[in-house]
Design a binder for this molecule. Sequence first.
Ligand SMILES: *Cc1c(COP(=O)(O)O)cnc(C)c1O
Length: 448
Amino acid sequence: MDFISTRGGDAVGIDVALVAGLAPDGGLYIPRTIPAATLTHPGPTLADTAQQLLAPYFAGSRLRQELPRICRSAFDFPAPLRELAGEGDHLLELFHGPTAAFKDYAARFLAQCLAGLREDDGQPPTTILVATSGDTGAAVGAAFHNRPGFRVAILYPDGRVSPRQAHGLACFGGNVRCFRVEGSFDDCQAIVKQVLGDAALRARLPLGSANSISLGRLLPQMAYYAHTALAYRQQHGQALNFIVPTGNLGNALACWLARRMGLPIGEIVLGCNANDVLPRFFAGGDYAPSAGVATLANAMDVGAPSNFERLRALHADDGQVRASMRAIGVDDATIGGTIASAPTRHGVVPCPHTAVGLHVLETLRAQGDRRPWAVVATAHAAKFDTVVEPRVGHTVVPPPGLARWLSRPAHAEAMPADASWLREQLMNWDETRGDMPSRHETGAFRCV
Ligand SMILES: *Cc1c(COP(=O)(O)O)cnc(C)c1O
């Protein structure tokens, strides 16, 4: 199957697109044609659905024979659809993976693919660079931790992620090093881009990226939408509609792609925070990206959603794009209020991102919408304890997978916002630097 850049250029196969991350012209890879799904019923497991759904994209790939194994290993935790208190209201829980956010699925899938494509010819390990505002770094760190042939450098903006998120980024050790950068998330992203674009360095050291624009993260995210929508139609005879908390537009674009493949998905509504570039556009305004502003739903603090370029390239014009989905913005006061009222109103304790989705659902119901909806729960509330606990008035216990990581000691290395400093570290990577200091030095995180 052929993939092309959103900015034109020659077609490549999926293996090239997976390893490259970004197309050489700076564009994002998209499938040249979107295959029709052959699935009419959900597979016995999420992994089976994923494998059938993704098979056409891997036609001609070196990974084609391995796809079943890759899917079994990436999709080995469930994505349950939970009924909420209101009639037709559902929550699609995507937080049952090791780092308790939906990014675990795609990070694990990408890690399996890159491991399968790596030529073991005595090359030094591939270093995966990842800039993160919180969840991506943890999911990628966990997916590559102790994986032979790979190293990971996680960069996050010092002081701008929650304490529990910071611990989750710095708790790996071994082949994963964590850098707390004196700067913003945009600085981290700029440093990663600069280093990845350094041809001289790449000639000496294999580098890879695992950010949200990688095709290897976009495609697998279709699987849980396909599985859920097929199971819902089998049971209820109708399409399920989705509300997707949105930042970079990766998760929601996967939902749209699954619908384009013919899966029984109804309407798609994006839930956004105070970064309202998408709500403005979908309401008929220009697409006007801006610097991101900080909100309670920090994984969605994106002023220029990178996957918007893909959404545009997959439609003939902006009128068509606007007809494909809707977007609703939710301010911080409303997010806080929704977290506080959700236990009584919906019977759940949501993370701030999921609360955005719940508020969108409440808005649709207030407008008289009676259709069945699933709000996508993108992370577990325990990851955002400092936001959630004061509003619900009790502690939120981390799920076992997350608790296991949090019980490890953490160690992040201070780093200036300077690409040449990182270059130096990569050239002189010292495996022991990522090793954990003894437990009493930093103190293990206590789950209270
Ligand atoms: C990454 C993330 C989002 C946003 O997802 P996109 O694919 O960037 O739109 C929402 N919620 C949580 C918890 C996240 O980690």
